[in-house]
Structure formats: structure tokens, C-alpha cells
Design a binder for this molecule. Structure first.
Ligand SMILES: Cc1cc2nc3c(=O)[nH]c(=O)nc-3n(C[C@H](O)[C@H](O)[C@H](O)COP(=O)(O)OP(=O)(O)OC[C@H]3O[C@@H](n4cnc5c(N)ncnc54)[C@H](O)[C@@H]3O)c2cc1C
Length: 383
């Protein structure tokens, strides 16, 4: 079923799998999540292996990889841990794609080689406690001051913000009564730490190693050179950034789902009840078989959407279909696998439970499935 993947992509997948199996076995992931140990080593090792350079152009030291390459990478990492895959997505993909879409030459020269070297990790701060799905309703502001801008407000929840060196921050720079609220939003490259910038960890039940934060901006001052793209045009640039973000999200959900199925199969074959393995019960094997077929189909849709994005450019309908389907399927697959494991699956330290919770969070990030359905409906001419 790897019809979309090139020999190089298959090789990348095998390389990543071998690295993760050796260095991040399930017990290490459990310990990282329990101790809330930030995966610094993982990020450094990604840089050493050239993986932080995948989305970066060759002229800045990267590999000039495709969105499909990135999907293959994060799917494999997601099989091991969503904290690790999300760190890669936010740290590497958001920054490099945003700079590619709307960064100046000077910003690209300053940050892209540092992404490749693993020295600069990014976070993307669009959401606010009061503006999630409807993020055009954001209230964070950036006011002009001499030589720059002063930011105030609260963004969140934001993945990996506290440990990111640069937080791409969307803030309102002007209001236009009578016009759509998406007008007047500007993106800023906010360097962390900075006076007035502080973090409050959200108490989410998964991704505890990476940490998801609310970010407080109290008179944070940035220079004019921190403006990313045109002033007041942030919405347009965020819209362009959504395709790779959502595809990476979908790919990691597929990875989590496949890992849950694989663990479910192993458990069903080894757990004995009524004198033999529970895998012989159709009530056990059929949900896993159905989940496997659904995951295979969703994976193909993710790869196809990524391929289309690489060849043709923006394709929001295909991207939303891929994200919605991948997350729906992942929810069903992790739930089926948890059921196979019975009480063992429901233990606090169970990987079945962890994955079931991970895909719930994944579904929310990058726009919920309802929002993806709204987008698909829009392109179908329904709304
Ligand atoms: C683990 C995690 C990590 C995240 N990381 C980031 C990040 O790095 N950067 C960032 O900017 N944001 C991030 N987010 C925020 C995420 O994008 C929002 O949670 C998401 O957009 C939904 O917003 P909300 O939670 O405020 O829900 P709300 O917008 O309040 O929605 C509540 C419910 O109403 C539904 N709903 C709302 N509007 C509609 C509508 N028009 N039609 C149908 N249903 C609707 C939603 O689907 C949802 O079920 C993260 C969230 C999570 C959980």
C-alpha cells in the first residue's frame, strides 16, 4: 500500500523507525510523559541526522523536502509518541514553511540555517482562550511604537511554546468596522525569552513531555524586523500555512492509530482466556481488521493530498478531508485497540490509553473535525 512513496521516502521511514526503536522504546516514552521531561535529546538528534533540514531549502542548508516527505516522517514519529511528532511539527515545519510563505530574505537567512542546526525551534500562536475555531475573533493586539510594536494579550493553547526560541504570534494591528474580522491581523516573530513574555502550562492529559501553554504578552516589544509578511495581511499567510500543518497533523494521527492497532494485535495474540488467545474471537479480530482497513484508506488520502499539495499548491478541500478522516479513523482505531486490552488497556500507564487520549488532542489541533467539515462543505458549494 506504499504506492505513493519513493525509494527515498521508504528509506527515510526505515531510518526513522530504526532510530526510534533503539532510542525511544515504550518505557522511555512513558517515563518522559510521567516526568514531563522535555524531549531536548530527540530534537538535537533530529538535527544531527539532518531531519530538521527536511522542510528547509537547499540554499539554506536543508534538504528541500516535500510535504509528503514530512508526512512520512511525522507519521513514523507519531507511532512512537505524539509529544515527539508535535515537537517536530511545531519546531521545524511551522517555522520553515512560514518563512518560505512570507518571510523576508533577511529573516530567511537569519532563521532557516538555525532551524537546520536545531538551534531555533518555533511555535505558532494563533488560538486564544476566547478565540479557538473562530480565531479571527482574536483580541491580542500589537500597537505601533517607535521602531517597532508592543504586543499585549494571551494566546493559547500553544504546543511547545515555552521551549520554542521563536513564537510566531498573530495579533490584531488594526480594526476595520464593517469589514471581515480577518482583516487587520499581523504575524510577528517573537523571540523567547523576552521581557513581558510568560507561560502557563495547560493541564492536558497527553503531550505532557512537550507541554502546551497559554502565552501571556505583557507589553512585549519587538522591532520592525519582527513583522512576518505584510502588516494586516496575517490571515492570508496563516491560511497558506494551514495545508502543511493539517497534513502533518493527519499523518501523525495515522501513526498513532497504526501503533495502537499493532499493539492491539500483539495483545490479542498473547492474551489467553477460555483456554486460548483472545484473537480467535471474531469480536476481537473484526474491530482490529476494520480499523486496519480504515487506517490504510486514510493514509492513502493523506499521502494523496500531500502529493497534490506538492505538485499543484494549495488544496484546502483535500487537506481538510484528509485531516478529518485521519482523525476520525484514529479515534476509532485507538478505541478498538483499548477495548481489546480490557482492564490492562485502561491502566493509567497503558499505551492503549495514552494513544486514545493523544488522538483526541490531535483532532482538536489545527481546527476540529467540525471545522474541517465546514471547509469541505464550503468547497462542495453547500455553505
Ligand atoms: C493539544 C492541543 C494543541 C494545540 N496547539 C495549538 C498551537 O500550537 N497553536 C494554536 O494556535 N492553537 C493550538 N491549539 C488550539 C486549537 O487550534 C483549538 O483548540 C481548536 O481550534 C478549537 O478551538 P477551541 O478549543 O477553543 O474550541 P471552540 O472553538 O470553543 O469549539 C468548541 C466546540 O464547538 C465546535 N464549533 C465551533 N465553531 C463551530 C462551527 N462554526 N461549526 C461547527 N462546530 C463548531 C468545535 O468543533 C468544538 O467541538 C491546540 C489545541 C490542543 C487541544
Amino acid at each position: 500500500m506504499d504506492v505513493y512513496l519513493s525509494p527515498d521516502q521508504l528509506e527515510l521511514r526505515a531510518e526513522v523507525r530504526a532510530f526510534l526503536d533503539e532510542n525511544y522504546p515504550p518505557e522511555r516514552i512513558l517515563q518522559m510523559e510521567t516526568d514531563e521531561e522535555y524531549p531536548d535529546d530527540f530534537y538535537r538528534e533530529c538535527a544531527e541526522r539532518g531531519w530538521t533540514g527536511i522542510p528547509v531549502p537547499v540554499e539554506h542548508g536543508g534538504r528541500d523536502g516535500s510535504v509528503l516527505d514530512l508526512c512520512v516522517f511525522v507519521e513514523e514519529v507519531g507511532k512512537t509518541s505524539i509529544s515527539l511528532s508535535t515537537l517536530y511539527i511545531t519546531g521545524t515545519i511551522f517555522g520553515s514553511h512560514a518563512l518560505h510563505i512570507c518571510g523576508s530574505t533577511e529573516q530567511a537567512d537569519r532563521y532557516l540555517p538555525a532551524i537546520v542546526a536545531g538551534e531555533k525551534r518555533f511555535a505558532l500562536a494563533m488560538s486564544e482562550p476566547g478565540a479557538g475555531s473562530d480565531f479571527a475573533g482574536m483580541e491580542a493586539t500589537a500597537e505601533r511604537v517607535d521602531g517597532g510594536w508592543r504586543l499585549n494579550g494571551v494566546k493559547g493553547p500553544i504546543s511547545g511554546a515555552e521551549r520554542a526560541e521563536i513564537i510566531i504570534t498573530a495579533a490584531r494591528t488594526s480594526t476595520h468596522p464593517g469589514q471581515p474580522r480577518r482583516n487587520g491581523i499581523t504575524l510577528f516573530l517573537v523571540e523567547n525569552p523576552a521581557p513581558g513574555l510568560s507561560f502557563e502550562v495547560r493541564k492536558f492529559p497527553a503531550m505532557k513531555a512537550l507541554m502546551v501553554d497559554n502565552v501571556h504578552y505583557d507589553d512585549v516589544v519587538v522591532g520592525d524586523d519582527a513583522v512576518l509578511g505584510e502588516v494586516d495581511e496575517g490571515w492570508l499567510n496563516l491560511a497558506k500555512l494551514m495545508d502543511p500543518e493539517r497534513l502533518a497533523n493527519a499523518a501523525q494521527a495515522i501513526g498513532v492509530a497504526q501503533a495502537a492497532i499493532d499493539d492491539g494485535v500483539a495483545y490479542a495474540r498473547s492474551r489467553e482466556q477460555y483456554g486460548g488467545p483472545i484473537s480467535r474471537f471474531q469480536a476481537i479480530s473484526h474491530p482490529l481488521a476494520e480499523a486496519q482497513a480504515e487506517v490504510a484508506a486514510a493514509r492513502l488520502l493523506v499521502y494523496a493530498a500531500a502529493h497534490k499539495r506538492d505538485i499543484e499548491g494549495a488544496c484546502p478541500m483535500e487537506v481538510s478531508m484528509a485531516k478529518m478522516l485521519a482523525n476520525n479513523v484514529a479515534g476509532r482505531a485507538t478505541s478498538a485497540a483499548l477495548q481489546v486490552a480490557g482492564a490492562a488497556g485502561w491502566e493509567r500507564d497503558s499505551h492503549f490509553l495514552r494513544r486514545n487520549i493523544e488522538v483526541r488532542g490531535c483532532e482538536l489541533g489545527g481546527g476540529t473535525s467540525q471545522i474541517q467539515r465546514n471547509i469541505i462543505s464550503h468547497y462542495m458549494g453547500l455553505r
